[in-house]
Write a protein that binds this ligand. Structure first.
Ligand SMILES: [Zn+2]
Length: 253
């Protein structure tokens, strides 16, 4: 059995490379120039015969630096990215709300770039779904929208789809954490809209110091249990969803 991970930070994660034959394709996201360069080196080692690593760069809502916009623009111009992200809004802490205008500026700039270069977007959203719903008309113009670590309700997911967005909802480690909304989404979302992720090394559960690449196996096992489906059938569907979301050709039989 093999697994896919649509959101992992390979520059900071050890432990994916020994599993590269089991966990692929993955989408590796970077949010600093240094991490991007490290991640690009990894892709060049692993994308020789087939695409095992998709590459994504985006200005994270909590790390808004002007020079990164030029950097992102350059990468897109040179066609070095498979996706833009993670981008979005983070209003988890009170102090993040004070920064709302800056977050919105970077979101708008990056959304426009993704539309222009026809790239899928990976969305980071904490306590900010109402804000995202004000952008559904623009998000409709993207080839695909991947909601990383989806933690909205089933109704909210459905309404994104009804608004005509080619949305994929990625289930991460919160499904292992008793999070009711995530559990419901993992159990009930249409299978063709599901993706899986770790966000490694982040998204640790209680008593963990880091998330490892291998944790995607636990996530898939749990989703299969919740859906009363065979795990291999599930990982297979998720694989094809990944290929559609990132516009890569599937090679698994
Ligand atoms: Zn992340």
């Amino acid at each position: 059995m093999s697994y896919t991970d649509c959101h992992i930070h390979l520059a900071q994660t050890t432990g994916w490379e020994p599993l590269a034959g089991t966990i692929f394709p993955v989408c590796a996201s970077a949010y600093t120039i240094q991490d991007y360069e490290k991640t690009e080196q990894i892709t060049s080692r692993y994308n020789t015969e087939q695409k095992k690593v998709c590459l994504s760069f985006g200005i994270h809502p909590q790390i808004t630096e002007d020079n990164l916009l030029d950097f992102l623009n350059g990468l897109l111009k040179e066609n070095r990215l498979d996706a833009v992200g993670e981008i979005g809004f983070d209003f988890y802490k009170k102090e993040d709300e004070a920064n709302a205008d800056t977050q919105e500026y970077f979101w708008n700039e990056q959304l426009a770039l993704a539309v222009n270069y026809k790239k899928p977007v990976i969305i980071h959203c904490r306590k900010a779904l109402p804000k995202l719903f004000t952008y559904t008309d623009k998000m409709k113009n993207l080839p695909a929208v991947v909601f990383h670590s989806w933690n909205g309700s089933l109704t909210e997911a459905d309404s994104m789809l009804k608004k005509g967005i080619n949305a994929y909802f990625s289930i991460g480690k919160q499904v292992l954490n008793g999070n009711k909304k995530v559990i419901e989404a993992a159990a009930m979302l249409p299978v063709e809209r599901l993706l899986t992720e770790t966000d490694a090394p982040y998204q640790t559960l209680k008593n963990e110091t880091q998330t490892t690449a291998a944790d995607v196996m636990k996530v898939c096992k749990k989703i299969a249990e919740l859906r009363h489906t065979d795990e291999e059938e599930l990982t297979d569907s998720v694989y094809w969803n990944f290929c559609s979301a990132f516009s890569i050709s599937g090679i698994r039989s």
